[in-house]
Structure formats: C-alpha cells, structure tokens
Design a protein around this ligand. Sequence first.
Ligand code: AMP
Ligand code: MG
Length: 506
Amino acid sequence: MVDDSTAATQHERAHETTSAIAFDNSYARLPEPFYIRWRPAEPSKPRLLQFNEALAATLGLDGLDSDERTAIFSGATVPTNAEPLAMTYAGHQFGNFVPALGDGRALLLGEVIDRHGVRRDIQLKGAGQTPFSRHADGLCPLGPAIREYLVSEGLSALGVPSSRALALALTGQTTMRETVSPGAVITRVATGHVRVGTFQYFAARDDVDSVRTLADYVIQRHYPDLTQAQAPYLELLRGLVRRQAELVAQWMNLGFIHGVMNTDNMTLAGETLDFGPCAFMDTYHPETVYSFVDQGGRYAYGNQPTMAQWNVTRFAEAILPLLASDESEAVELAQPVIDAFADYYQQARRAGMAAKLGLAEVAESNDELIDGILDTLANDDVDYTRFFRRLSDMAANPDEDARVRELFNDPEAWDAWRRRWREALEAEGGDPGERVRRMKAVNPAVIPRNHSVERAIQAAERDGDLAVFHDLLANLAEPYADHPEDREGARPPAAEERVVRTFCGT
Ligand code: AMP
Ligand code: MG
C-alpha cells in the first residue's frame, strides 16, 4: 500500500485541459472492485524521448502538440476524459498463486477506438505507486522501458500480436535497481489488459458474479462473434486456447522467449504482453533461458507451449462455475477444449515451419525434416535467425550453399539434411524465385537481438545517447526486407557481446 502522503497528493492535482482525445472508457464503467481510480505521480522534470508517430496516427492522437505529448506521456497531465485507474488482478507467478497483484506500476489512462474500429487501451507504465504497489516503487527504469519499446515494436513488425509502444519519457527522478537508473514512463497500447489473473482474482474469492461480468466484458470486447453462441463461456475458453496456441507457435518459429509467462501476464486478447526479461535467442537450443529469475527454466524456450497450456487450464478453472452448475460436469466440458491446445499449436507450428523451409504443403511428413534441422542447429550452436535467412537465399540458388554450410561446425550433418531438403523442394516444384520471396516473408533479416537491445540500453543509460536505439528501431520496422548482414539487429553477437542473462527491472 502507498503511504498517506502519496494518497493525499492524489486529489490535489486537477485535470488540466489539453486537446481532446476521444476517450471512451469501457473498463471504467465496470464496478469498482475491478480497479481503483488512481492518478499518475507528478514527474519532477518530464522529458519526451520518443514518440511513435505512426501508431499515434492510427489512434487519432496525431493532433497533440509536443508540450501536450510530453505532459500526458510522462504523467504530468491527465488529459480531459481520461479516467486513469489501476486494474485489479491476481496470478500464478512461477507456479505459485498470489491472490492479489494488480497494477503496481501501471495505470490505464483510458481507451480509444482506432482508425480500424478496434478499441485499444492506452496505459502508462512507471508513473508511480498505486494501492497495488506493495513495497515496490511503482517506477520503471529506463533500461527495461527501452527493452519493452524495442521488443514490442519489433514483434509487432514481425507480424506477431503484441502490445505496442506509443511513447517513452523520462520523469526526472531516478530509481534504484542493481544500479541507479533514470526513471522512465513507457506508454503502451494494447487491444486489452484483462489477464487470466484478472479472472483468478475473483474466482479465488468465490465471486462468481464478477467472474461472469468479466467474461461478458471480454466476450463483447474481444470475441464479439460469441455473443450469440449456444455456450459462450465454453467458446470463450476455446477462443483463448486457440489464440494462445497460435501466439506461442509464432514465438517459437521466430525464436522468441517471453521469459515470464505468469498467468497475470497472459491476456484474453491473445497478444504478447509484459516485456520483462524477454529475448530472442541467438544460437538455437530448446533449453535456452535468459531470465535471471527463472533459475529452474520453467519458461525456457522449449517449455513455452506447455506453460501456455498450463495457463489456459488455470483460466478454465476460474470460469468453471460459468460452464455448468455441477463441477464435474463443468470439468468434463472444459477438458477436451484444453486438450485441443495441442492440435491448434501443432497446426500453427507446422504451418510456420513449413513456410520457413520453403514448403508450400503443410504435412505431418515434414516433421522429420523440421526436427532434423532443429537438432542439427542445436548440436552445432548455429544462429537461428541467420540460418533461416541465408537458407531463403539458397532456395533458388545452390551457389549460396557455401554461405549456409560455413555456419556449421560439423558440415556433414548439414550436408545430409540439405540433400533431403532439396529433394523435398524438387518434389513440390514451383517457381524458385517465388519460393525465395515466400521464405523471406517469414524468415526475418532483423530481429531485436539481445546484444543490440543491450547496447541500446547501455548507451541510453550511461551517456543519454539514443543513436543505437534509433538505429535498431528503424531496422526493426522492416524486418523482412533485405538488410546488410552487419546491420544492427541483423548481426549476431561476437563471442564477447553475447548476452546470457536478462533482468526484468521490477
Ligand atoms: P510483472 O513482473 O511486471 O509482471 O509484475 C508483477 C507484479 O509486480 C505486478 O503486480 C506489478 O504491478 C508489480 N510490480 C512490478 N514491478 C513493480 C514496481 N517497480 N513497483 C510496483 N509494483 C511493481
Ligand atoms: Mg505483469
């Protein structure tokens, strides 16, 4: 809980008028237990570091002048019609249930309807303590804010559902973690912030009415096709299972490791959310873990599908009373839907990997080829992203073979695999140039590489230098275009640049 002095200042600062943002705050229309109304802390010396013009335009926020941007996205000013609030939720953290978490360093400013008609949340992260902060400071160091900015924008440009980054500001304060860091506010935009943990909060209190209210809210907002369904809550479970299975398959195919797949970080909208110690892996290995806090490897790369299914099972438990009045009947309904995770996942994974290999046909018979190359990559410490990008060039031009072969320590295993792969391509036929185009559309040249993100953070935190951040961000905007291989984001780390541990900055 925040102390009294913080609470007192909550009401002293009045709304200041700025150009109207067309907020329409549906979550604030739910009853109070779903959130606590709260205002951002006053920054001592607000400074805007980055503003996402393209995203702002889709949200209809492009009319704000630079003073308004700085004031709003540092927490200095609460714009008219915003109704800032901290959301209530619980969650399983590394398998342990925590009955009360909530937004301890985030505030939902409000919602806008974007140019495509989609309702989107605008949330400040790092704008001070809330009643959910417990003993933490409610602040966000610049480093983790930069990581979230780069990785969320990078994922989104890669075509993966993800929250977005709208703005990055400094508050003027500092915050203490491993070292003293400048305090930042990152403004993120998400299709929704209701989490599996939001349901768990009410389920843990046997508050079935609130679970139902929340489920109805989520159906209306994120699964509108289900409003007329025969069994809308069971279909909601199926919808979540499917979205999460497909999301995790995309992560896997790109080599992304979320790092903190706690149930409070899994949204009903099905987007990637909460970028802590997340990372893209360099060399391929299924046991890869970067997060400093994930000592047991619970959220290792290869465990992600299992953990996602574990999380949706917790969701099913939370809504059991909505499925049937008899518990065992409810379980009987839910179980096959939870089990379907494996099929949704396998389908998306297979389709994605077939595309990466340049195969038009998605068949179970490809599995041998897929597993074969992954084993070889793992044994040989091959850079995952570079391998698939070079393979794309190779598909139409066997002269490029040598550039792929040189990536392997043990070229024999590679040669054996390559022959089988060529046979599969030949059996399918088709235009080789077209195949290369298709492969390059799924095998990125540029990703938010861990060491590049780290370089961007170091330069910004130590020297206030945003050049690496901007350079990487620009390359990330077009990840599937052709980029020179030494570009920021395209270049794998040299041995001494390799980042093996990432921190969440909480
Ligand atoms: P996360 O690891 O970001 O998913 O956060 C887990 C929980 O800890 C959430 O309830 C956060 O609001 C809370 N939390 C994390 N960092 C802070 C912080 N610096 N101040 C207050 N609460 C925090
Ligand atoms: Mg979280």
